[in-house]
Design a protein around this ligand. Structure first.
Ligand SMILES: Cc1cc2nc3c(=O)[nH]c(=O)nc-3n(C[C@H](O)[C@H](O)[C@H](O)COP(=O)(O)OP(=O)(O)OC[C@H]3O[C@@H](n4cnc5c(N)ncnc54)[C@H](O)[C@@H]3O)c2cc1C
Length: 418
């Protein structure tokens, strides 16, 4: 087994970046270099664009990227959920076809899980995939599909067997979004953006080799996607920010952030913008108010402890220890931080917090925080679902009574006829 230590990893990353980073390279060319040398995703296996580093050491490489100002691989959005899922369950062909182009940013992905009749109860999906000749034919409706209007590929959860219990009759596919059987209609959110879509699948086709795992493995594969989604919700998550420096790679990254990454523009606001609180309190003079100071202190303590909990989870993972309660708590804590941050921003801004656009504080950014924060406690599993998971799997409390898992799915009472 190769031993890694922080000092060697930092020195190697620094030396390589100093020798190779060139902002005048094209973005895809640069990212291909990262993939070829394993600096793309240092914690991934060497065979797949990584260096096999323990995940706890990957942030050191990121720090070196930031120090020199080098652009990293494309990370925002569903692409990383696709990558993590395919890395674990995908075939050799899936990995060869998709992983590199995910990292270079050439393909964009979406997650076709939620449906009008199933969100929290994801295993109740009724979109059906039927094998007809040499094709899977897919019919149904998905909703809240972030980025579907930009995506080349979708991660699709669909029912392939109605005679098995609900979790056993699902399969997982990679579906080409650019085909006549798929119609995408944007949904406008209360914060003004239109990141989500309704997606209608009418005789949409999937070639047999694009099933991930075997027929019936859908729930197991989807669980990997969801676990990665929930893990990503911790406070260490980074958002791509445009760099206003000269150079082709920076210019192309700015263009990427403005176009492909546009659906995620409001994600920093959805996390509550804790980073702005002290600055805003000083700028408005509200830092002189002891009540405001007290609430800011509470928020910063909550935010810091959330960060440390996330770091503990990563350290345990890096040392090969099984995931403890801190892993399950991360998503729930991020909701609490976001909600508390929205309250503190309101305390600082007063009624002005309600003003959107140019009239509002920070050109409407504070109003955007208030309108975006509720998404944190819904996306990737609601707070209530996280509490169920913690009570059942971490605290080993009795499970919710269920009447839908012991019979063929076709016999389970549902509010949607399919
Ligand atoms: C920002 C954002 C991005 C999203 N992106 C995507 C995407 O790209 N792809 C995708 O497929 N979906 C996406 N979603 C959808 C998201 O996964 C669902 O909204 C979420 O799983 C909740 O499902 P639902 O909206 O159907 O609510 P429901 O499941 O109908 O829940 C309604 C309420 O009932 C509560 N509830 C439900 N079941 C239980 C229970 N057993 N115990 C206690 N309380 C319960 C919930 O907590 C909630 O408060 C996104 C959502 C958001 C907000």
């Amino acid at each position: 087994m190769i031993e890694f230590d922080e000092k060697t990893v930092r020195a190697e990353a620094r030396a390589w970046l100093e020798a190779n980073w060139n902002p005048d390279l094209g973005l895809v060319e640069w990212r291909n270099m990262l993939a070829d040398t394993g600096w793309a995703m240092p914690a991934w296996p060497r065979e797949w664009y990584g260096r096999g580093l323990p995940s706890g050491l990957a942030p050191i490489v990121e720090e070196e990227f930031q120090r020199i100002g080098a652009v990293g691989v494309a990370r925002m959005g569903i692409r990383m959920l696709a990558a993590a899922t395919l890395l674990e369950h995908g075939s050799q062909m899936h990995k060869e076809k998709f992983l590199r182009r995910i990292l270079t940013g050439e393909d964009t992905w979406c997650q076709l899980f939620s449906e009008p009749g199933c969100g929290s109860d994801l295993a109740g999906a009724t979109t059906r995939a039927e094998k007809k000749g040499n094709r899977w034919i897919v019919n149904g409706q998905k909703v809240w599909t972030t980025s579907a209007h930009k995506a080349q590929y979708g991660l699709l959860l669909a029912r392939t067997d109605w005679d098995l219990p609900k979790h056993k009759g699902l399969s997982y596919f990679v579906i080409d979004m650019k085909q006549p059987g798929i119609q995408v209609y944007p949904l406008r959110q209360m914060n003004g953006y239109a990141s989500f879509n309704q997606v209608f699948l009418t005789d949409a086709e999937v070639a047999p080799e694009f099933i991930v795992g075997e027929p019936g493995d859908g729930w197991k594969v989807a669980t990997t996607t969801l676990m990665n989604e929930r893990r990503g919700a911790d406070s260490l998550r980074r958002y791509a920010q445009p760099t206003h420096k000269p150079g082709r790679a920076y210019a192309e990254e700015r263009e990427e952030i403005a176009t492909v990454m546009e659906p995620y523009k409001w994600y920093p606001q959805r996390a509550g913008r804790v980073d702005l609180v002290v600055e805003r309190a000083k700028a408005t003079g509200r830092n002189a108010d002891p009540t405001v100071r007290q609430e800011i202190a509470k928020l910063l303590i909550l935010s810091k402890t959330a960060e440390w909990t996330a770091r503990r989870a990563r350290a345990a993972q890096a040392m090969g220890r099984p995931q403890g309660p801190e892993g399950s708590l991360g998503k729930l804590i991020s909701s609490n931080v976001a909600r508390t941050a929205a309250q503190v921003h309101t305390l600082i801004a007063g009624a002005d917090a309600m003003l959107a656009g140019r009239d509002g504080p920070m050109d409407g950014l504070i109003a955007e925080v208030l309108l975006s924060v509720p998404a944190t406690s819904i996306a990737g599993g609601t707070d209530e679902i996280q509490r169920n998971i913690i009570s059942e799997r971490v605290l080993r409390m009795p499970k919710e009574p269920r009447t839908d898992t012991d019979r063929p799915f076709r016999d389970v009472p549902r509010n949607i006829i399919s």
